[in-house]
Unconditional design. Structure first.
Length: 113
């Protein structure tokens, strides 16, 4: 059975390739954010929380832009995306950072009514 370090080492090049492919022109921003969100989840499940956090932060950044332009359409996606960095931060031993992400998600959902 592979150790966490071995799995992380094997995933690192795949994560880099995935992130590079997502920078290709022509991918709709909402889809790009969704794909980054999925990649982050896979990285976190494999134990590479640092890469998962970097990846989900990119997704959150995209969703912040989308929610800023069309809040009724994208605010919920942003709030849901914020739960992923919260999980990563908890696993990395940053409960304050995790709580801040959860609080922001709750505020966004509260504004939606």
């Amino acid at each position: 059975m592979a150790s966490s370090e071995q799995v992380t080492f094997r995933l690192a090049p795949l994560a880099a390739i995935g992130r590079a492919l997502l920078k290709v022109d022509g991918i709709e921003e909402g889809k790009r954010a969704r794909l980054l969100d999925n990649l982050s989840g896979r990285l976190g499940a494999a134990g590479d929380n640092g890469a998962a956090l970097d990846t989900i932060r990119d997704a959150v950044e995209i969703r912040r832009r989308l929610a800023g332009a069309l809040p009724a359409r994208f605010a919920r996606d942003l709030a849901q995306s914020l739960s992923n960095p919260a999980r990563c931060l908890e696993r990395m031993g940053d409960p304050a950072g995790a709580e801040a992400a959860k609080r922001e998600a709750g505020e966004i959902m509260g504004k939606r009514g």
